[in-house]
Ligand binder design. Structure first.
Ligand SMILES: *Cc1c(COP(=O)(O)O)cnc(C)c1O
Length: 344
C-alpha cells in the first residue's frame, strides 16, 4: 500500500492571494455599487519590452532551421546568459562571482522551493515575519518545520524573526541559532531593505555559527538608495555562507515567460562537500534546462536597450507606488515602503 507525504496535510489551507480574492468577493457582494481598485494582484501588468520581444522572435526563427536549431539546453544554462549575468549583476558591483557558479532556472519560486533538496531534514530554518510564504511552506512539505499551531498561525520548529514598524521592518539577529537563514531584500511584502553594513553583520554571523543564508534578491532592480546592497556578494565572506536567488519576473516582466537563476559559490562547503556539487547534481537530474528562446530573451534584458526599456518599466511601477503611498497617506493611513521596492 502506497503512502503519501503527510507533511502536505499539515499545511494551512489558504494562500495570501486566495484570501485577498475571498475578501474582495465578499466586499463586492455587499457593495455592488462600489468601484474597486485592486492593489494586491501579485503580478506585473506591463508587457515584455520591445528588445525582449525582438530576441524572442529571432530565436524562434533559429529553432525553425536545422542549422541553428537548439535541442536540450545545457543543464546549468547557456554560456551567453551566464556570462551576461556575471558581468552585469556581479562584476559591475565588485562582487566576485564566476559564470560557472550561476545555475539558470525557470524562476526563483522553483529554486527557493527546490533548494531544500540538498539539505538534511534536520536543519532549523529562520525566516523574516512577514515574508514571501514559499520558504516556510516548502520546508513544511519537507518535514522541517514541526507542527502547525493554528491559534498562533506559526510552525513549532521555525525561528521567526519579527519585522515590525519598530525595527523599520528589518529583522534582528536571532537569539536561537538557526542552520538555514532565509533573507529577502528588498522584502516581499514590506518593501524594506537593510544597508550593506547591516547585511555584513548577517554574513559574519552565518560564518561564525556555521549557518547558510538563502538570499532572495528578486526585487534587486528596484533599489534606489545608495547604501543598499544589490547582491549579498558585495559583503566580505559571503562566498562561504550564502546562496543567492534571482528572477527576471519583477525587473523585466517574465512572470509568464519564466526565467531565473541561483548562485552557489564554489567556496560554500559543508565539511569538504561543496553545495555547488550537490545542486549541480540536483539541477542536472531533476531540471530540463530553461528553453533556448527564453535564455535569449533573458540575455536581451542585459543589453543597453533592454536595460533602458526595463528601467522605464521599473520607473512606471515605482511611480504607481508613489501615487498609492501618497493617496493612502492623505487618506490618513500610516504607510511605508515604495522606496526600494514597489510594495506599500
Ligand atoms: C515573485 C517572487 C519570487 C518568484 O519569482 P519567479 O522567478 O517568478 O518564480 C521569488 N521571491 C520573491 C521575493 C518574489 O517576490
Amino acid at each position: 500500500m502506497f503512502k503519501i507525504n503527510e507533511n502536505y496535510l499539515k499545511l494551512p489551507g489558504s494562500y495570501l492571494f486566495s484570501t485577498i480574492a475571498k475578501k474582495v468577493n465578499a466586499f463586492t457582494a455587499a457593495n455592488p455599487d462600489k468601484e474597486i481598485i485592486r492593489l494586491g494582484i501579485g503580478d506585473v501588468t506591463l508587457p515584455l519590452c520591445p528588445k525582449v520581444i525582438d530576441a524572442l522572435h529571432s530565436s524562434v526563427d533559429e529553432m525553425a532551421d536545422a542549422k541553428t536549431f537548439h535541442g536540450y539546453a545545457p543543464d546549468l544554462g547557456y554560456e551567453f546568459l551566464r556570462n551576461a549575468i556575471v558581468e552585469h549583476d556581479y562584476q559591475k558591483r565588485g562582487a566576485e562571482i564566476y559564470a560557472d557558479e550561476i545555475f539558470v532556472s525557470d524562476g526563483a519560486k522553483s529554486d527557493s522551493g527546490n533548494i531544500g533538496d540538498i539539505f538534511s531534514v534536520d536543519n532549523k530554518i529562520a525566516v523574516c515575519d512577514p515574508v514571501y510564504p514559499v520558504y516556510v511552506d516548502t520546508n513544511a512539505m519537507a518535514g522541517r518545520t514541526g507542527e502547525y499551531l493554528v491559534d498562533q498561525q506559526k510552525w513549532s520548529n521555525v525561528i521567526y524573526m519579527p519585522c515590525t514598524a519598530e525595527t523599520d521592518f528589518a529583522p534582528e539577529l536571532p537569539t536561537e541559532t538557526p542552520d538555514i537563514i532565509y533573507l529577502c531584500f528588498p522584502n516581499n511584502p514590506t518593501g524594506s531593505t537593510i544597508t550593506k553594513d547591516e547585511l555584513q553583520r548577517w554574513v559574519d554571523y552565518a560564518n561564525k555559527v556555521g549557518a547558510v543564508i538563502i538570499y532572495d534578491a528578486a526585487y534587486e532592480a528596484y533599489i534606489s538608495e545608495e547604501n543598499v546592497p544589490h547582491t549579498i556578494y558585495e559583503c566580505e565572506g559571503a562566498r562561504t555562507c550564502a546562496i543567492e536567488l534571482k528572477s527576471f519576473s519583477k525587473n523585466a516582466g517574465f512572470t509568464g515567460t519564466r526565467l531565473g537563476y541561483t548562485v552557489i559559490p564554489r567556496d560554500l562547503k559543508c565539511g569538504d562537500v561543496t553545495l555547488h556539487h550537490l545542486w549541480a547534481r540536483r539541477h542536472g537530474t531533476k531540471f530540463n534546462g530553461a528553453p533556448y528562446i527564453i535564455q535569449r530573451a533573458g540575455e536581451a534584458v542585459f543589453s543597453e536597450e533592454g536595460q533602458k526599456q526595463t528601467g522605464e518599466q521599473i520607473a512606471y511601477y515605482m511611480n504607481n507606488a508613489k501615487t498609492i503611498l501618497e493617496g493612502l497617506k492623505s487618506a490618513g493611513y500610516t504607510v511605508s515602503g515604495g522606496v526600494n521596492a514597489p510594495y506599500i
